[in-house]
Design a protein around this ligand. Sequence first.
Ligand code: RIB
Ligand code: CA
Length: 326
Amino acid sequence: MKKIILDCDPGHDDAIAILLAAGSPDVELLGITTVAGNHTIDNVTRNALSVCAAYGIEVPVARGAAWPLVGPQVLAKEVHGETGLDGPPLPEAAFDLDERHAVDFIIDTVMAHEPGTVTLVPVGPFTNIALALRKEPRIAERVESVVVMGGSFTRGNVTPTSEFNVYADPEAAEVVFRAPWNVTMVGLDLTHQALATRELQDRVRAVGGPISEFVLGVWEWVATRFESLQQIEAPVVHDACCVAAVIDPTVFTVEKADVRVELTGTWTRGMTVANFESAPGKNHFGSATEQGDYRTDVAMTLDWPRFADLITDALQHLTRVRKGQS
Ligand code: RIB
Ligand code: CA
């Protein structure tokens, strides 16, 4: 059983990641921590509590950072609407927040579990993860790994070079990529393969019940919103790719790279510069003497059928469990 802490900014695709983590029989969701990103910390935290309340998910939820470490706040209201999770109706929270700040929840949880048993899964700006590392550096040696949704080694989605989660807090991302732990970077290059196609939507519809209806409502809202914002063929299921990789690491291929975050570029701030170990001639960062560390696993090619199975299976499991409760 893989144990994870899901650090998120719900956010339509974050909500799917919550359901996948809660619904997969192969994952123990130790807790959800929230971070400002898709919307304000108040809204993303309320949204996390509402998704849990709607679908019987009883795990600690801890509120996190309201602002990035250094730069100005960047939100994605234009993408996720005025509430941060516009579209399907959601209930009020069914339980109170954990009394700890997200950073303390992360530290306490990692330090309380056996080394190598807890995986951190940040799918919003990495602010909480960076703060936790600075407050308790020992978490670096204790976590199993960190599977981040963020970055891109090709094109960005907020600027030509930069993906939202990294762009919203580049300093936090650089802290995470430089720390002495294993990072898997699930960037846009991978998540743009994770499309909620008609086929996947039909499979989710066949699950039936309120959870299925919620997921279809999320994808319908995203599809409608994105038709006006940018051309995509189907809703992108970004954040669930990270949870899927914890459940089944073969769900995508990876390549080793040294990943660094541009912090000062006029036009490239927040760009993840991936220096692949397989690159011909192994480009060196800076001078020829500065060797890359090539520690980051960069996600490359998605096994979409396997991904679709994981999503569908988790929703079926969560629906069955919920029926058992009612
Ligand atoms: O760039 C995609 C990421 O930004 C996703 O995590 C989405 O939820 C937003 O946070
Ligand atoms: Ca997110």
